[in-house]
Design a protein around this ligand. Structure first.
Ligand SMILES: Nc1ncnc2c1ncn2[C@@H]1O[C@H](COP(=O)(O)OP(=O)(O)O)[C@@H](O)[C@H]1O
Ligand SMILES: [Mg+2]
Length: 510
């Protein structure tokens, strides 16, 4: 559409305040989006991004302030009013019905679909037109449960476009995507704003924000901490706005002389939940004093590999796992632990903590993978209380007391509890899976510095992460895992983001 559209203010929010009991989620927020631009809303978990957008979409009503759409004040009281006003929202958790087809999902909620016989053929034709026009490839007749996460997201976008959205809100759309899917999505989104639409992109991933945005507004504790553009900002300046202090995004690593292999894996094959090999004849050494990063898109065997090393998953005959010379292939989690293996699992609530227990009990009593805390209650002595208090302080765990149930802490603080417990054992081998997933930038910085300390202590550290920035910042060597195999091991000094991205997607072979 013409340039005449591209300078108009599509949406304007003025002085928005939204309170929840005990929390001010948004405080005096000004925010606007023009036609033809991507305006990113950036902020830590809990900063108030989703709340502000739910106000736009009619899911919440603001306590104070006003919303103008196309220059006119508007009071959006429900999502159907938002849709009627040509506002579309793709939520972080998709709202699709898996047993229904793409066309049926798109038709759901359309006024015509209230009639008993919706013309699905017509809906399908229109979907195909939208797919073609926007590069959103998807088959209208496929049932949603058969689609990949990336394809489901495309269906959500098609749904919004089908309803002719002029303003589109995407809440953390890249959280579930592979690096290649992110690239594809950005091309599609860029084309949509070039057509004159306005787009609000919510994210906390700094390099994505820098790549996609025309403007960036940072929320911190519900207030606008600043507005900028990718040309004026750096990742560091954005992080500073998000957190309110200097943040070191690239951890500082001193020189360390690496030693011998402390963890040796040979010909490891692990069967996954589907009964097929998830890890295929994998061999790998992790040396004392190094951080080896395992990069990969989730679902390529990383989880099964980690569980096998931790002793939570059975391995096939022929493969071996050796730690400091001891064969632990079939050892229990307890034996591995006693030999000096520490494990920070990906599923923290399931495998890392006992949800019904307190912070203190989780810090001191719980061993991963085993629920061997038989003397619970009897052991809650002064020594344990002192020790947990110290660990809470040392790891800056935000908790009201050490007796608070672990489940009531934020994800980042639960992660710090798990880290504190695992690192306090001074492990010889540390296996940390997705160590900062769901963790705010400030805590991530802290966790990274503790991981680097392990390296300086001479531990062999294995970090499994889907966050390429994290791997690039931490690892001395990077192993890329694809379909159950290590397809490349790269010295991090020589590592290029694009190359690793392609290896992760199985596009590039070495
Ligand atoms: N429905 C709700 N009831 C009570 N508190 C809420 C509700 N929704 C959000 N909050 C609180 O408001 C704050 C902002 O949350 P949110 O907008 O979800 O942040 P973000 O999307 O930036 O992570 C948080 O402290 C959150 O706990
Ligand atoms: Mg949110």
């Amino acid at each position: 559409m013409g340039t005449s559209n591209t300078t108009k203010v599509l949406l304007e929010m003025r002085g928005i305040t939204k309170r929840f009991p005990g929390v001010i989620a948004n405080e005096d927020v000004d925010f606007d989006v023009r036609n033809g631009e991507v305006h990113t809303l950036l902020g830590e978990n809990g900063a108030g991004k989703s709340t502000l957008m739910k106000i736009v979409f009619g899911l919440y009503q603001a306590d104070e302030g006003e919303v103008l759409l196309r220059g006119e004040p508007i009071d959006i009281r429900s999502p159907s009013e938002a849709i009627a006003a040509r506002i579309g929202m793709v939520h972080q958790h998709f709202m699709l019905v898996p047993p229904l087809t793409v066309a049926e999902n798109v038709a759901l909620g359309l006024s015509s679909s209230r009639r008993p016989f919706t013309d699905l053929a017509k809906v399908s034709t229109r979907i195909s037109e939208i797919s073609d026009a926007h590069g959103l490839a998807v088959d209208p007749s496929t049932e949603v449960w058969r689609l990949s996460v990336g394809e489901r997201q495309r269906v959500e976008i098609i749904k919004a476009l089908y309803r002719d959205a002029e303003l589109l809100v995407l809440d953390e759309p890249t959280a579930v995507l592979t690096p290649q899917e992110v690239d594809d999505l950005f091309v599609i989104l860029r084309r949509m704003v070039d057509d004159g639409r306005g787009l609000i992109f919510i994210s906390h991933k700094l390099h994505e924000v820098m790549a996609l945005s025309d403007r960036i507004t940072v929320l911190r504790d519900g207030r606008v901490a600043g507005s900028t553009t990718p040309a004026e900002a750096t990742r560091e300046s954005l992080a500073r706005m998000m957190v309110g202090r200097e943040v070191r995004l690239t951890p500082h690593k001193g020189k360390v002389t690496v030693g011998d292999a402390r963890l040796s894996i040979r010909n490891l094959t692990v069967i996954g939940d589907r009964g097929t090999p998830a890890v295929k004849n994998l061999s790998l050494d992790v040396l004392g004093g190094e951080i080896l990063g395992i990069a990969g898109v989730s679902g390529n065997g990383q989880r099964e590999f980690a569980e096998a090393v931790a002793g939570l998953r059975h391995t096939e005959p022929g493969g071996t796992i050796t730690m400091d010379g001891a064969d632990i292939t079939t050892s229990s989690t307890r034996v591995r632990r006693n030999l000096g293996l520490a494990y920070v699992p990906e599923e923290r609530m399931r495998d890392g903590v006992v949800a019904e227990f307190s912070v203190s009990e989780n810090l001191v009593l719980v061993n991963h993978g085993s629920r061997e805390f038989t003397k619970r209650g009897l052991l809650a002595t002064g020594a344990i209380r002192r020790r947990s208090t110290e660990m809470v302080k040392q790891f800056a765990v935000k908790t009201p007391t050490i007796d608070t149930p672990i489940a009531s802490l934020s994800g980042g603080n639960i992660q710090k509890v798990v880290m504190a417990r695992e690192l306090s054992a001074s492990p010889g081998v540390l296996l940390a899976c997705q160590p900062t997933r769901g963790v705010d930038i400030g805590s991530a910085e802290y966790i990274h510095s503790r991981l680097i300390e392990q390296r300086e202590r001479g531990a062999a550290t294995l970090v499994v992460s889907e966050d390429l920035d994290e791997i690039l910042g931490l690892a001395d060597r990077i192993a890329v895992m694809y379909e159950g195999e290590i397809v490349a091991i790269i010295d991090s000094a020589d590592a290029k983001r694009e190359e690793i991205g392609l290896l992760m997607a199985g596009v590039l072979e070495t």
